[in-house]
Design a binder for this molecule. Structure first.
Ligand SMILES: [Zn+2]
Ligand SMILES: [Zn+2]
Length: 309
């Protein structure tokens, strides 16, 4: 294809090169450079619905530096790696934008301080399931009356901004549901790398507490060590088959939680139908109707049967 026929979106961004991990750390480990990324990330062109490119002097002023030689030195280190340069100014390509988004999510700067949120009745003792925002920016769902730990779900501090407690909980559950669904499909939500799925039945004491059935799901990214250990009912909720069954029964899967009857009963119903490799059947029941779904070790649904079909 001749150059002039190339789609514009291929040439919009210019050239960026791969760099080593050492180079990335050395480029980013400097205050002015990180401020440049933050100021470029903040700049937004409302009218054109795109990033606002900043000229040298605008960017220098936003960063708050007066020595233009020194500023130019730092900016130069970022160009071609984390910052783009074109005739009408400087801007962030995807790698710089990803860094900026991580910073503004609050994940790297803020530690959670929130009042505990009253979430639900505890199915074990009738007490209360509370959501506690831990210092590591994850919500821990526990019953303080019977000391049961139900789930830990990460949420960035921005997840609480301009939301009521219930809206923040919903945001956390919906995000987690999407992440778990992606991970089950073999895609890491953090780095896009390859996630390995395994059914595990030789559980240590800590993992045993996760599962009434004695089998848990392990999803782990080969690239970045992102991992999810989960009971099988939560995994099953992310499949099209179980999701459709629950929606037909009037339930919305992202908001059906680990301690709700429908998932507790499903977790207790897990049957190992084959060992080495493991294959399990799990049954969900809503209003007298059931679905039996069989999972292989890769977390694929190999068969499913509904009582109402
Ligand atoms: Zn309890
Ligand atoms: Zn990953």
């Amino acid at each position: 294809m001749a150059d002039e026929e190339r789609p514009q979106i291929l040439d919009d961004i210019g050239d960026f090169e791969s760099i080593s991990m050492e180079d990335a750390i050395s480029i980013l480990g400097e205050q002015t450079r990180m401020k440049i990324i933050v100021e470029l990330g903040k700049a937004w062109d409302e009218r054109n619905h795109q990033q606002q490119k900043l000229r040298f002097s605008e960017l220098m002023e936003a960063v708050g530096v007066t020595d233009s030689g020194q500023f130019n030195y730092h900016l130069d280190k970022l160009i071609g790696t984390f910052v783009g340069k074109s005739e009408d100014g400087y801007w962030l390509p995807n790698p710089g934008m990803r860094l900026y988004r991580l910073i503004v999510s609050g994940t790297v700067t803020e530690r959670g301080v929130r009042e505990d949120i009253d979430v639900d009745d505890c199915p074990s003792c009738g007490g209360t399931v509370w959501a506690t925002y831990r210092d590591d920016n994850a919500l821990a769902f526990t019953c303080k009356d019977c000391a049961t730990g139900y789930a830990v779900i990460p949420i960035s501090p921005r997840g609480f901004t301009d939301r009521t407690d219930e809206e923040a909980l919903q945001a956390a559950f919906r995000t987690f549901y999407c992440e778990l669904r992606l991970a089950r499909q073999g895609i890491c939500p953090a780095c896009d790398g390859h996630v390995e799925a395994k059914l595990v039945d030789d559980l240590n004491e800590r993992l045993e507490a996760l599962s009434a059935s004695g089998v848990i799901s392990s999803l782990k990214c080969r690239m970045c060590n992102n991992y999810y250990y989960s009971d099988l009912s939560s995994i099953a909720l992310t499949t099209d088959e179980v999701r459709r069954f629950l929606i037909d029964g009037g339930l919305e899967p992202p908001l059906v939680r680990e301690w709700h009857d429908v998932t507790v009963a499903a977790d207790e119903s897990v049957t190992v139908v084959q060992t080495d490799p493991l294959r399990v059947e799990i049954t969900f029941a809503v209003d007298g109707e059931t679905i039996d779904a069989t999972f292989d070790s890769d977390h694929r649904v190999v068969s499913s049967t509904r009582s109402d079909e």
